[in-house]
Design a protein around this ligand. Structure first.
Ligand SMILES: [Zn+2]
Length: 102
């Protein structure tokens, strides 16, 4: 879960592989094991993506992360996510935020 086991400082300062791996585990639970882009099941690790590209919003806060297939992540690259993904992000982060300790 997001909380004491991950630590806010990891979201803000740590973009290490290990920290991102733990974020990935949380996102996998949150997204039911599917890719944020396309909703297909992710086999293997997937990739943690910045929904809002790093160059636009260079802060590693948990709410800017989604889990996606490497291939989906690559096809999105640094472009802003399409509006339907923005809506899905809103659902995932705002509507479920009561269940996730901050
Ligand atoms: Zn995908």
């Amino acid at each position: 879960m997001i909380g004491p086991s991950v630590g806010l400082e990891n979201f803000i300062f740590g973009s290490s592989r290990q920290a991102l791996g733990r974020v990935g585990d949380v996102l996998r639970d949150l997204q039911g094991g599917t890719s944020f882009y396309g909703n297909k099941v992710i086999q293997g690790n997937g990739e943690v993506d910045h929904l809002i590209p790093w160059r636009c919003y260079p802060i590693d806060l948990g709410h800017n992360f989604v889990l996606a297939h490497a291939s989906c992540n690559w096809s999105k690259r640094d472009f802003l996510a399409a509006p339907e993904y923005r809506d899905a992000w809103y659902e995932q982060n705002i509507l479920t935020s009561q269940d996730v300790p901050h």
